[in-house]
Design a protein around this ligand. Structure first.
Ligand SMILES: C[S@@+](CC[C@H](N)C(=O)[O-])C[C@H]1O[C@@H](n2cnc3c(N)ncnc32)[C@H](O)[C@@H]1O
Length: 375
């Protein structure tokens, strides 16, 4: 049970490690990493995502993506990165198969997934859609035309932790001291942290911790270069930098989930619990610009789902339970309505002024008040 912890202890006895290195091992160590061995999703796992809440999530995404492909004249290609259990791909492809058979004929679905264990799971679940889906590495992706999307991918990238100690910024490293793994502040491991803090104008008060996702910077820069024409849709929990690094978030946002219970015992159950941090969407917008990604909209998930046609799902939901699950995706209080946001970026296409992903909440308000009276 403690193999990974022991392995990390051996490493840090010789040399301190950044929290990003620690998190990368805890989640993705090829043998013992959290995403490499047990099914982390749903009831038996550590956490739920919107995908587990209801198939209406995937069906709504499917509606929106089809509309975007038609309106922007994109190729019928979807690329999902970080596909987890494969359920989202399944919900999307089932929707097209059942309700848009002509589009289903043409569609090409690409999955980019880091975990070998999850790739096997996805292949098993998605057997019915054989021939439609292919698995590729991120490196292989190029000249992409279509819709590239992810749900809760970026929050699973390793983060660096920095702290303001009496006006001086330090990085928190993982060390082994007094027979335990613990944090230790020292100089930054890379200049990129300083560049990020300056560029996003992050100001921390004394003793405040911030979690910095440098992998997200690299990812969005690289991704932009790989897109020829299309949309990049990033769904995750997180905020813009000003809100994310506000002084009331003294301890940063990185946290752990073990069997649906949140904790901050980072050095316990190593490889057996999820570790995740809120996404800094400002960084995705800022660094995405470098490789030609323009911001179409940054908005709450509930609004994005309304734009994507989730109201149609409610109309056809057969049971109260199904309606309640859909509601958990869009009500602003609690559930997936609160901290979840969506960033839509584009490259190589002209976005019409009245593009449906830009529709404002006021325009949707009448429809929204109607569902509140129905559910
Ligand atoms: C929190 S899970 C979300 C899964 C799924 N999208 C959902 O919403 O249920 C994160 C997923 O991203 C994958 N992942 C993390 N880093 C990745 C990377 N660099 N390349 C591809 N997949 C990655 C993980 O293996 C896992 O499948």
């Amino acid at each position: 049970m403690d193999e990974l912890r022991e392995l990390i202890i051996e490493k840090v006895k010789n040399k301190k490690m950044t929290f990003a290195e620690f998190m990368n091992l805890a989640l993705y160590h090829p043998q013992y990493g959290y995403y490499q061995k047990e099914n982390p999703f749903g009831m038996q796992g550590s956490f739920y995502t919107s995908v587990d809440a209801s198939e209406s999530f995937g069906r709504s995404l499917a509606r929106g993506f089809l509309k975007a492909i038609n309106e922007l004249d994109l190729e019928p290609v979807l690329c999902e990165m970080g596909a987890g259990s494969g359920m989202l791909a399944n919900d999307i492809l089932n929707f097209y198969k059942d309700e848009e058979p002509q589009f289903y004929e043409k569609i090409e679905y690409i999955i980019i997934e880091k975990s070998e264990y999850l790739i096997d799971k996805q292949k098993e679940l998605l057997k019915a859609h054989e021939g439609k889906i292919s698995w590729h590495s991120f490196k292989e992706l190029r000249d992409f035309d279509g819709v590239f999307f992810s749900n809760e991918l970026v929050d699973a990238f390793p983060v660096h932790r920095i702290i303001n100690i009496s006006g001086e910024l330090k990085e928190l490293y993982v060390i082994y001291h007094d027979d335990k793994l613990q944090f230790y502040p020292d100089d930054f491991s890379t200049e990129e942290l300083k560049e990020y803090i300056n560029r996003l104008n992050i100001k921390l008060v004394d003793k405040q911790i911030a979690d910095i996702n440098l992998d997200a910077v690299k990812w969005i820069r690289d991704l932009g270069k790989k897109i020829n024409k299309g949309l990049v849709v990033t769904i995750d929990y997180g905020f813009e930098a000003k809100q994310l690094y506000a002084p009331f978030r003294m301890d940063g946002t990185v946290t752990c989930y073990f069997k649906h219970t949140q904790n901050n015992d980072f050095f316990e159950r190593v490889g057996y619990q999820d570790i995740t941090a809120f996404v800094d969407f400002s960084a995705l917008m800022e660094y995405g610009k470098e490789s030609g990604l323009d911001v179409v909209n940054f908005e709450p998930q509930w609004l994005f789902l309304l734009q994507s046609g989730i109201l149609d799902e409610i109309k056809y939901a057969e049971s109260d339970l199904h309606k309640a699950r859909i509601r958990s995706l869009i009500i602003p209080e609690g559930g997936f309505g609160t901290n979840f946001n969506v960033l839509i970026q584009s490259k190589g296409v002209k976005i019409p002024e009245n593009f449906f992903y830009k529709k404002r909440s006021t325009e949707l308000f009448n429809e929204l008040s109607k569902i509140y009276s129905e559910i």
